[in-house]
Design a protein around this ligand. Structure first.
Ligand SMILES: Nc1ncnc2c1ncn2[C@@H]1O[C@H](COP(=O)(O)OP(=O)(O)O)[C@@H](O)[C@H]1O
Ligand SMILES: [Mg+2]
Length: 237
């Protein structure tokens, strides 16, 4: 496990262009350079359509840049590698949390968290034990036996965060994870993400519109038209 401040990921002059429905090119990401280090929580802000999700997709190796490079420190994982290698790296080292928890409805909370590990070849008993540990770390172990329908929105999102931690990621990417939650539960999820950065020394990047949580970020970037137009650091680091 790297120490706090150790480089995790660098995006260098990354541009991503999509071809729109009418055949025109959309510059979803334009010349973005960004570094993420272990133990920090980065906030990504900007209006709808400015490229926030595309930035997370690039950082998470889900979208290959049209130009520029994405590189994980100390690994061979960069966007010059083949598709299979990227998929493998993603599965082993990157966690994703989305706006909706997207839990499997017929599995319990603990089974939802264990599922990816089981698919990955971890024996079921061990996977469940580790899943219970993650649920406990997120203060939701008492709901382990509930199916998603028996959990509140905030509880479901906690389970989704636990699931994202199953592979002990060096990078955790969250795309508007509190958008469907009330302010108190939204704040709790944001605090949870900060705890993951601090205690597990993951690099955490969170897209959010919620101005109420800005005090939790070490660093914030603001995007516009696919570019980073502003960057600021927390006063008290
Ligand atoms: N798969 C795609 N195909 C075509 N255009 C896309 C695709 N994904 C995103 N875009 C476009 O790229 C721009 C940035 O989108 P996105 O990253 O989703 O913005 P945000 O998350 O900030 O709302 C938008 O103009 C969007 O319409
Ligand atoms: Mg988005």
């Amino acid at each position: 496990m790297p120490g706090a401040g150790v480089p995790v990921l660098s995006l260098d002059a990354v541009s991503i262009r999509y071809r729109g429905g009418d055949g025109s090119l959309v510059n979803a990401l334009e010349d973005v350079t960004l570094r993420l280090v272990a133990g920090e929580m980065l906030g990504i802000f900007g209006p709808s359509g400015c490229g926030k999700t595309t930035l997370l997709m690039a950082a998470g190796l889900l979208e290959i840049p049209t130009e520029g490079t994405v590189r994980f420190s100390g690994t061979q994982a960069d966007t010059m590698a083949g598709e299979a290698a990227l998929r493998d790296f993603r599965r082993r080292h990157i966690g994703f949390v989305f706006q909706k928890p997207n839990l499997v409805p017929f599995l319990t909370a603990v089974e939802n968290v264990a599922l990816a590990m089981v698919i990955d070849g971890v024996p079921a008993g061990e996977a469940e034990q580790r899943a219970m540990g993650l649920l406990a770390a997120l203060d939701i172990a008492h709901r382990a036996g509930n199916r998603p329908a028996g959990l509140s929105g905030g509880e479901q999102q906690r389970v989704a965060v636990a699931r994202a931690l199953a592979n002990d990621p060096v990078l955790l990417l969250a795309d508007e994870p509190t958008a469907a939650l009330d302010s108190r539960r939204g704040r709790q999820v944001m605090e949870l993400l900060l705890g993951i950065a601090r205690r597990r020394l993951a690099a955490v990047a969170v897209v959010t519109h919620d101005p109420r949580s800005i005090d939790l970020f070490d660093r914030m970037i603001e995007m516009e038209d696919g570019r980073i137009v502003n960057e600021s650091r927390a006063a008290a680091a």
